[in-house]
Design a protein around this ligand. Structure first.
Ligand code: F6P
Length: 557
């Protein structure tokens, strides 16, 4: 049902009027309110919503909204494998990928779990061969570098998680370097290939469809590079390529033999696929036991989602806060601010997870929507963002909702003195994280009366910017698995409330097909069918490129 037809909509709309005028500096000293808005119902996490612009009465009404939307049934549909992705007539079973055993999975058909365990074991076999130095390149040397070639969900999740968990690299991976190439312009390969040894480099082609031109063009460049180094066409793909896809046929057509193929299912959405064999780079980095810990962390959130009443259900609460900001306070910008350099790719990962899932404007039944759905989401490592865009957050004209994410326990450095200096970093980091969310909420009233009196107008902070603070006891494979699953389920709950399908992405197709129409004009200059702007740009580009070609020809010996 459309969000604004749910019975609690009117009550919440009238309450929003109050909270649009209630400044957070009138709410933040209420200790009873603070207790009511801090939650530790999920192991390893504390979530503080008390810097959000609401109180318990609103949260209670939002919980009622979730009940009106039949959230509990929808969660059950998701977890049990119902066709929740209506436009593609599929289930969305990323949760099944991380159930430790069949009796733990929520599926009615327990057989699935055996297939999933088998696919993980197939992945483990390839990883063990690489770790043991048994995977040899075309000159017989063991593999030393693995390049994950993929884009979107075939890149962002593995990249983000592999980077975040580097300190958990298993002993047998210390000698393996993992790299990521995704962009269609070839920039990453252009930078990376000259530094790699073709004899000891393995390419992992990750693509659910195995038709994505970004990935296939990078793959072809890798083939050219290997051939130039003397690898013979007849065996270079067998020795230097692994394929990870839901399409066995397309991997075979490209030239990847079945022994070098890892499969996953079409009911795994691309941006939800890092729990499957798409997580190959993660498992290569932290080992299969670490990867199973990662899965277990996500599974613990699945169990929390399935068994916790709405009032304490963290993904539900995260979603309801988003709905309150987007649909009742008209705050449609959402900043993700991890105070942890290890999570530097987390904001861009969430960018796809949230905006490709919920950037929709028709309902699951194809009705037009006349309310906001997914906000604009972006982010950066918090302490660095303080030197980048916090000026806008503090003194700009836009209302922004922020998520502050920080690990409470950190352990870095080897010597005593090193450990001491990293502890100093840690305290600086925590104090900045807490200070920024406090100033965003209170503005200048974070200062004493006397200090405020000294401020001239350009030094004033209006405050009242809402934020949520997520404390993680420490960053481990388990807790990062939980963190990702928290956001996955928040996205799903929000989609249910917005009455949209979070598992398809029809909006990304037209750009790709138009690109195919434009490409010939770059060589034959035929742009009559294009708009004046695009045609003029092509003309300018072609004339510049022809100058470069002429110049190159003149310089040819
Ligand atoms: O174009 C968007 C998209 O389909 C994403 O949903 C997906 O994660 C990415 O492209 C890559 O797709 P594939 O894994 O099929 O190469």
């Amino acid at each position: 049902m459309l969000l604004n037809k749910l019975s609690s909509w009117e009550t919440l709309s009238s309450k929003a009027g109050t909270y649009n005028y209630n400044h957070l500096d009138q709410l933040l000293d209420d200790q009873e309110r603070q207790k009511q808005l801090m939650f530790s119902s999920l192991e390893h996490f504390v979530i503080d919503f008390s810097k959000q612009r609401l109180s318990k009465d609103v949260l209670d009404e939002l919980i009622q909204l979730a009940k009106d939307a039949n959230i509990e049934q929808k969660v059950n549909d998701l977890l049990s494998g119902e066709m929740v992705n209506q436009s593609e007539k599929r289930a969305a079973l990323h949760t099944a990928l991380r159930a430790p055993s069949s009796d733990e999975c929520f599926l009615k058909d327990k057989q699935f779990n055996k297939q999933i365990q088998k696919s993980l074991n197939n992945m483990q076999v390839l990883i063990k061969r690489i770790h043991a130095g048994q995977w040899r390149g075309f000159t017989g040397k063991p593999i030393r570098d693995v390049v994950n070639i993929g884009v979107g969900g075939s890149d962002l999740g593995p990249l983000m998680t592999t980077f975040a968990l580097q300190e958990f690299a298993s002993e047998d991976t210390k000698h393996i370097n993992i790299h990521f190439a995704s962009s269609i312009d070839g920039a990453q390969l252009a930078d990376m290939l000259p530094k790699l040894n073709p004899e000891t480099t393995l390419f992992c082609l990750v693509s659910k469809s195995f038709t994505t031109i970004d990935t296939l063009s990078n793959a072809n460049t890798a083939v050219t590079w290997l051939k130039a180094a003397g690898a013979h066409e007849s065996f270079l793909k067998k020795l230097h390529f692994i394929g990870i896809s839901s399409s066995k046929e397309k991997m075979s057509d490209w030239g990847i033999g079945t022994s070098n193929q890892l499969l996953f299912w079409d009911w795994v959405g691309g941006r939800y696929s890092l729990w499957s064999t798409v997580g190959f780079s993660i498992a290569l980095k932290i080992g299969m036991s670490g990867f199973r810990e990662f899965l277990a962390g996500a599974h613990s959130v699945d169990k929390h989602l399935a068994s916790t009443k709405l009032e304490n259900n963290i993904p539900v609460l995260l979603s309801l806060i988003d709905i309150w900001n987007c649909n009742f306070l008209s705050i449609n910008a959402h900043a993700i601010l991890p105070y942890d350099g290890r999570l530097k790719y987390f904001p861009s990962y969430l960018g796809q997870l949230e905006m490709e899932s919920n950037g929709k404007s028709v309902t699951i039944n194809n009705e037009d929507i006349d309310y906001h759905t997914c906000p604009i989401l972006w982010g950066e490592v918090g302490p660095n963002a303080q030197h980048a865009f916090y000026q806008l957050l503090h003194q700009g004209t836009e209302s922004v909702n922020s998520d502050f994410i920080i690990a409470v326990k950190r352990d870095a450095g080897s010597s005593i003195d090193e450990k001491k200096s990293f502890i100093e970093h840690h305290f600086l980091n925590i104090s900045n994280c807490l200070a920024q969310s406090r100033v965003l909420a209170l503005g200048s009233s974070a200062l004493s009366e006397e200090e405020q009196a000294q401020l001239s107008s350009h030094q004033q902070y209006s405050g009242n910017q809402p934020s949520t603070t997520i404390l993680i006891d420490q960053l481990t494979p388990f807790t990062i698995g939980s963190l990702i699953a928290l956001y996955e389920h928040k996205v799903f709950i929000s989609a249910v409330l917005w009455d949209i399908n979070p598992f398809d992405q029809w909006g990304v197709e037209l750009g790709k097909s138009i690109a195919k129409k434009i490409q010939p004009a770059l060589t034959n200059n035929q742009s009559e069918s294009l708009d004046a702007s695009t045609a003029a740009l092509i003309s300018k580009i072609n004339s510049t490129m022809s100058e470069v070609v002429e110049q190159n020809e003149e310089e040819q010996p």
